[in-house]
Design a protein around this ligand. Structure first.
Ligand code: FAD
Length: 287
């Protein structure tokens, strides 16, 4: 099923993201995670793709296929393009089709300093158009940035570029993480004014430890509300308390988002079923 169809069913969509195990960790570790996540009954699970775009690593396709066929949950495979040639992307599309993966989150990928881009794809809209030309059957999603992408000079410029992705064929968007819901609502208003009418899911990342969040924030530039930084400072030396406070913070964000009628919530699980379970215990009945 194409992900966009999930949004026609008068229900707020609740989905998860997982990543393939890091190098040297066996692939089985992600299947152990999925064994636990499946009981939480998300509407779909997406699987990230390595920034290098290496064809040698087929794990995203393999995991997305298992989510769909072994665990019976709809899946989406992330796919980046800036470090890939058209030929390489064509091969990934072939593998996805062969493995029955129906949905792709089409991304540019980050520009890696020691890896010059291959320059066959410059932006995600070019990848989206390419996928559409190759195979009309894939459901295509794109990424969006409530506080603007760090490469954009202004949020308006970023939203106009987001519209290009939708015009190219993205039928659904998933947002970058954010910690201040008012930023997301402001972005939603602007996106709708710009004529972006596809479902937009809110990306929520629970804080599990201080280092993780500092790294994420330095990468994506999400702003931190005072109540969030106070929580981090107060509990930074008490990992269990920080984890509990982080779970409560994510639950509060989700309750507010669902109450305000968002299309969906995408939980960055960080492959941590314990945290996902604790969050779901508090919000499952809202979905
Ligand atoms: P684009 O949409 O191409 O945008 C990048 C920048 O270019 C923006 O500033 C935009 O405004 C501008 N732009 C876009 N189109 C045009 C155009 N036509 N002309 C001029 N400017 C343009 N990375 C991974 O490596 N693997 C993953 O699995 C992964 N999953 C992600 C999932 C989500 C939900 C999100 C939000 C991000 C994910 N990322 C992932 C990170 C992502 O690859 C980076 O944020 C990357 O820098 C931008 O990707 P994009 O697809 O949004 O790029």
């Amino acid at each position: 099923m194409k992900l966009a169809q999930l949004f026609n069913q008068e229900k707020t969509v609740f989905s998860f993201e997982v990543f393939p195990p890091k190098r040297n960790n066996p692939i089985q570790t992600v299947y152990d995670t999925l064994e636990e996540l499946k009981d939480l009954k998300p509407d779909f699970i997406s699987v990230t793709y390595g920034a290098s775009g290496s064809l040698a690593d087929n794990s995203t396709c393999e995991i997305a296929s298992a989510i769909k066929h072994k665990y019976g949950i709809e899946s989406a495979a992330h796919l980046t393009c800036v470090n890939s040639t058209r030929e390489e992307v064509t091969e990934v599309l072939r593998r996805l089709e062969e493995n029955g993966v129906e949905n792709i989150l089409a991304l540019r990928g980050d520009l890696v300093p020691d890896m010059p881009p291959k320059e066959e794809f410059r932006h995600a809209d070019e990848l989206i158009r390419f996928i559409k030309e190759k195979n009309q059957n894939f459901g295509i999603s794109g990424a969006c940035y409530p506080e603007g992408h760090p490469n954009s000079k202004t949020q308006v410029e970023d939203i106009l570029n987001l519209k290009k992705k939708v015009d190219a064929g993205a039928e659904h968007l998933i947002s970058q993480l954010f910690f201040d819901n008012s930023m997301f609502y402001d972005f939603l208003d602007k996106a709708r004014i710009a004529g972006i009418n596809v479902p937009i899911e809110a990306g929520i990342m629970p804080v599990t430890n201080k280092k993780q969040i500092e790294r994420m924030v330095s990468l994506c530039g999400a702003s931190l509300p005072a109540k969030f930084t106070k929580m981090m400072s107060k509990y930074e030396n008490r990992p269990d308390a920080l984890r509990d406070a982080g779970i409560a913070y994510a639950v509060n964000q989700i309750v507010d988002l669902v109450s305000c009628g968002v299309d969906g919530v995408h939980l960055y699980t960080m492959n941590n079923p314990y945290i996902a379970k604790r969050i779901c215990e508090n919000v499952q009945s809202l979905f």
